[in-house]
Design a protein. Sequence first.
Lengths: 163, 83
Amino acid sequence: MSADRCRVQVQQAAFNPGQLQDLLPPSGAVVTFTGNVRDLSAAGSVHALQLEHYPGMTERSLQAIASEATARWSLRAAHILHRVGRIEAGEAIVWVGVCADHRGEAFAACEFIMDALKTRAPFWKKEHGAQDARWVEARDSDISRAERWQLTRTGDAGTGPCR
Amino acid sequence: MLTVRFFARLREQLACEVLEIPCAPGLGTVAALRSALASRGPVWQQALEDQNLLMAVNHSLAEPATPLAAGDEVAFFPPVTGG
């Protein structure tokens, strides 16, 4: 098994989703997710986000999530990239790529990874609008989505094959 | 010593990113440390009484009863909003 089955990266630089997909191993089913910064939020227009993280814990958390995905589903790869620092509206902020033999596992694992990331990985968004900046509040809907997978906030130890 | 870190909104509220605190018998758990920090003043008390705050010890999410030992890194932060 490739050591790269679980790969996580936190970086400031912009990324190209196509180039990241090219790094995934050959497989029957590839599901990728790219999250982009919206230019509008409930609080108003958004020019950019400032992403804060917890160096060390953030990478560990993402690794645990990728590892948990590979433990739950039969995956050939689970890769996660998340940007930090200033990210302009319209730019990509997060990317997940999952490879499996069949689509069912790939779809489920990709959605699981995003739901877990949204509620467990230590990132914090600050929205910069035309006049002001404000911290983004956590959303109950994200917690509800994560609970579908029976995630727990203490369950970040990860027991998958990538540990 | 304990290293204590604060992130995001909480870091701004406290105007503090990191603290070094000597270990003491009364600081044996995350909850005890939180209480001690809250006694630093009104701003600290108000910020740390937020029941939604998350806690981590040595880069793993922690509970109030999680024990602390010399050299541990403890973090307090608001609910996460990545993705």
